[in-house]
Design a protein around this ligand. Sequence first.
Ligand code: SF4
Ligand code: SF4
Length: 515
Amino acid sequence: MAYTTFLPPEFRVVIDKEACLQCGRCVQQCGWSVYTWDEAERRPRPDHSKCSACHRCVTFCPGSAITVKHNELAFKRSDSMSPDLIKAVWKQAETGGVLLTGMGNDKPYLRIFDHLLLDACQVTNPSIDPLREPMEMRTFLGRKPDSLEVSTSGSSLRGTSVSPAASARLLTELDRQLQLETPIMFGGMSYGSVSLNVHRALAMAAAELGTFMNTGEGGLHADLEPYQDHIIVQCASGRFGVDTSYLQAGAAVEIKIGQGAKPGIGGHLPGEKIDYQVSITRMIPQGTDALSPAPHHDIYSIEDLRQLIYALKEATGYKPVSVKIAAVHNVAAIASGVVRAGADIVYLDGFRGGTGASPTIIRDHVGLPIEIAVATVDQRLRDEGIRNRASIVAAGGIRSSADVVKAIALGADACAIGTVALVALGCHVCQKCHTGCCSWGICTQRPELTRRLDPEWGASQVVNLVRAWTHEIAEVLGALGVNAIESLRGSRERLRGLGLDQTVLDVLGVKAAGS
Ligand code: SF4
Ligand code: SF4
């Protein structure tokens, strides 16, 4: 007897017949075509095997009639062969293919942020009320000088009210900086992987918040030109959409070496997602797969990287250059080389960072948590006396304002968010981004789906989220008795580890709670 499949549906779609208004909206809303309309019964019929649990139908059902449940099979208990492993074997036995997934690593590795606790002022060190006193959330990303030369000539105006400080003049010429009004920016997500309306929403939000969005590796659509002062343009191994005008359009350029969700491998955007607009933006043929190689074919050493960094600086009038690297085992040594190569910003991407598509084996088993990467890189750059030469951006696993504060206390200058920004736009983290069927109009190029995301509404969602986080960060700073976000950077003494072993604490440079 030949079986068609061993694979049971992952979810069960349950429709309450009493509550169903027979409107058919679920049939229209589902990007995965879970529902067909039964004309005879005038009811929707779900195909459970197609459901991704994106909850679009649940959200828009006017009768609140739909429930999506896990379809739990009662496997015999095994600590070795979990139900997920058994199903993965069945899938590969059927297809002979590499398992693909979207979004970030969801495996139960230690979540270090959740084992770090922040300090607060009591009695002898006064806290600050952020509602009554100024709290500086602005931060600058870029190379800082080794020392400052200040002219105080004309400052000793005896008998006048002009103080030396007021008349001082900075003589040192500073490198160009990115000015952020909040220590939160948006990580690279390429047009093609996400829809143009996602890019529009993030660009508008970045401009309103006084921060930056990042194009990812798919080029810059012409519609985003009004926001270019708040856009970092990315130059990745595929060089999609890269020419001089693109490089000059952004406030900064980012060289993407690696991505936290898939360190060491390139990217693959299937031809179905390369429509006309994506093809002209990426400068590639329509309908053909876009493959970005694992390495940059012109970078095999720190010296090669230096050449590209300075080529980009010269092409852009010395705008800041960021280098994005995945958090891997020797990330501190690599970051040191990146800084010595001339990068103004080191963007560290932890293994919980999102992706539009990745082999599951890479996403789930390669890389390091961002907490480890930030702490080790910050310490290494301090030990080598070059911490001032580059800013550190922490990304790949930033889920909340508390994570931002902890990442900065561990040594970051700012954080970048990706997945949570998409969640603010409606993403339900179903991890099926690679299918191109996203019902929320986020990770898809299908026009009937992308038009569901109104960029202005999306921008307001993201602005609200970042403003809320910024208020929360100010509250925490006040409790810590710190009045500027830059003063928190690398203040590991304000963190304590709870439930972390001594080895992890030593790597983080954090004391155990109670000590
Ligand atoms: S959207 Fe809800 S109310 Fe409308 S047909 Fe589907 S299940 Fe019924
Ligand atoms: S963006 Fe990806 S994870 Fe989010 S709802 Fe769409 S397909 Fe699912």
